[in-house]
Design a protein around this ligand. Sequence first.
Ligand code: COA
Ligand code: MG
Length: 292
Amino acid sequence: MTDIKYRPRRSCLYMPASNKRALEKAKTLPADTIIFDLEDAVAPEAKEEARENACAALQSGDYGNRELVVRVNAMDTPWFAQDLRQACLSQADAVLVPKILNADDIIQITDFMEDHDASLDTQLWAMIEMPQAILKLTEIAALGPQRRLTTFVMGFNDLAKEMRAEHDRAIFGTVMTQTVIAARAYGLNVIDSVYNDFNDPNGLVAECIEAKKLGFDGKSLIHPAQIETANRVFAPSTDEIAEAEAIIAAFGDSINAGKGVIVVDGKMTELLHLRQAKQLVATARAIKTLAD
Ligand code: COA
Ligand code: MG
């Protein structure tokens, strides 16, 4: 069973692994996670080269403490097996598999990974972007604790296409909530979809705020200009940290010893809020450690 330790995933930046300039630039970008894409952003004739570039990047040791993920091609493509094999052998932190349909897909993939990475070092991340996957969210998420599935990543470009819907964020509200609930029920991480209009900073801020409110850990990104916003919005704010510290201090005060409910700053505060406050402070600490 894969142990899901918390680490910041506020900003998960995709880049086509065929783009050497982007691969180079990523070594200095403050993204928590880098996703080397072999799929949608890479033309068929560049697939082999992109795979080689991604593996070389994984083995280079040049990306500091950024989490390194490879998005492989889908299971029904001629590139899938080799992508998955090479990513595991190159010790990617995770492999992100697109077009997941159901729990059987997860079983097949993790059986295959077992043959190439028996140490379980490489996690499996699943794109949630197919209507079939939305209908099977619970059974997919439930495999997480037994298999190495740790993270869901929403893919609204594909989902809109499959639904024949307009790409309007408003239509995805229900799916976002369902996905967060399924993920959290089984202890998975969950990352929001991309914002295509990378020249519109206000639109990005609005999407990040919405996703944070819904419980997402972070946002997948397509351009370096989007990193700072995601890092800021998904990090606990100064006010949130102060409030959490006040709750921890109040429960630590001897006059509140043994109490399950107290009043902090005029609000009812229970032990569940204390646990939440400790988690928030730990998150802030993990972000600080990553930056140091
Ligand atoms: N990761 C790392 N570096 C990136 C980057 C990314 N996703 N996107 C752009 N850059 C780099 C460029 O290489 C360029 O670097 P330079 O300063 O060394 O020249 C710099 O940032 C500025 O790029 P810019 O000119 O503004 O963008 P562009 O027009 O070259 O590219 C996109 C725009 C959308 C094509 C590009 O950002 C991209 O490929 N994004 C990722 C797409 C993807 O992976 N999609 C799959 C998931 S949906
Ligand atoms: Mg896609």
